[in-house]
Write a protein that binds this ligand. Structure first.
Ligand code: FO1
Length: 309
């Protein structure tokens, strides 16, 4: 029986890595966000797919949480020499992935096909499925500036700007990638990783066929709050939630996931929010959720697996 995990980048990758230590990695299926994907230097870059792949392969750059370890930056130095785009940095080792993926997509291969080629080449036992083979793009409306691309917001503006709207271009017509609906339908358990509910999980849930597959499994869906003590574990989730009218707490996360998840794991520091979470209609399970070292991560994985009724 498989376990299906809706995944963004860093937080999801850590949870998948921890789950791989407590269940057969071959039973794990990650459905991964693709709305951060972007074209840079003419190359198709898929940050969340790569972060999950590199983490599960044990090759993630431990300093950044993205890209490959033991990286060098010679190609970027050359781009800088020409005055090219250098705010989004592609390492020399990492470039190989973008070159390969871009070439395969240009040949007409689907993103899901290329993803399985890449994960096989890294020796992964887990299955990674892009949420869709169609292009879905997060666009962010920023005060005094208007709408910009996700990486322009996240990396170039360091998400240090006021956001008034987020939309997912292409989601209305996108179909879930092959295998996604089946994975959700047949999984023993569906987990929503502690990723950003607005810009990591949100774009996947904007794909109608994917959302309805999750809704159908609501009783078996366990979400993990990535907001702990009112702060995002990583990135701008707390700020984005506040600016877009959600309460930036575990209860706010529960309210977003209420139509989709019967259970939510909230951190022990948020134990006093239990009643507020329960009031959203999602059953809270209080546990340590901080994956700061392998032993704690393994305990988090066990707690998440045990959280389901
Ligand atoms: N994040 C940065 O903050 N700066 C970068 O230059 C950068 C480059 C990059 C290259 C490849 C890749 O897969 C990810 C990269 N990221 C970078 C991370 C990434 O853009 C974001 O963390 C995610 O999109 C948010 O989930």
């Amino acid at each position: 029986m498989s376990i299906c995990v809706l995944s963004g980048g860093v937080g999801a990758a850590k949870l998948l890595s921890a789950l791989s230590g407590v269940v057969d990695p071959g039973d794990l299926v990650a459905v991964v966000n693709i709305a951060d994907d972007t074209i840079l230097q003419g190359l198709y870059v898929s940050p969340d797919l790569d972060t999950v792949t590199y983490t599960l392969a044990g090759e993630i750059n431990p300093q950044t949480g993205w890209g490959l370890r033991d990286e060098s930056w010679q190609a970027m130095t050359t781009v800088e020499r020409y005055g090219g785009t250098s705010w989004f940095r592609l390492g020399d080792r990492d470039l190989g992935t973008h070159l390969y993926r871009t070439q395969r997509l240009a040949e007409g291969a689907a993103l899901s096909t290329v993803t399985s080629e890449i994960t096989r080449a890294w020796g992964l036992e887990q299955t990674l499925l892009p949420a869709s083979d169609a292009r879905v793009e997060t666009r962010v409306t920023v005060v005094d500036e208007g709408e910009i691309g996700f990486q322009e917001y996240f990396v170039r503006r360091r998400h240090d700007v006021v956001v008034t709207d987020v939309r997912f271009v292409g989601a209305e017509t996108a179909l879930p990638a092959p295998g996604v609906v089946d994975a959700i339908r047949t999984a023993e358990r569906v987990i929503i990783a502690p990723s950003n509910p607005i810009v990591s999980i949100g774009p996947m849930l904007a794909i109608a066929g994917l959302r309805s597959a999750i809704v159908d499994r609501r009783a078996d869906v366990v979400a993990v709050s990535g907001i702990v003590g009112g702060k995002a574990l990583k990135g701008p989730a707390d700020r984005l939630m506040r600016e877009l009218g959600h309460e930036p707490t575990a209860a706010g996360v529960a309210a977003i996931y209420a139509p989709l998840a019967a259970t939510i794991v909230i951190d022990t520091v948020d134990a006093e929010l239990e009643t507020a979470v329960a009031a959203t209609g999602v059953t809270p399970v209080v546990a340590d959720t901080i994956m700061s070292d392998p032993a704690r991560s393994e305990q988090v994985a066990r707690s998440v697996l045990e959280a389901s009724p």
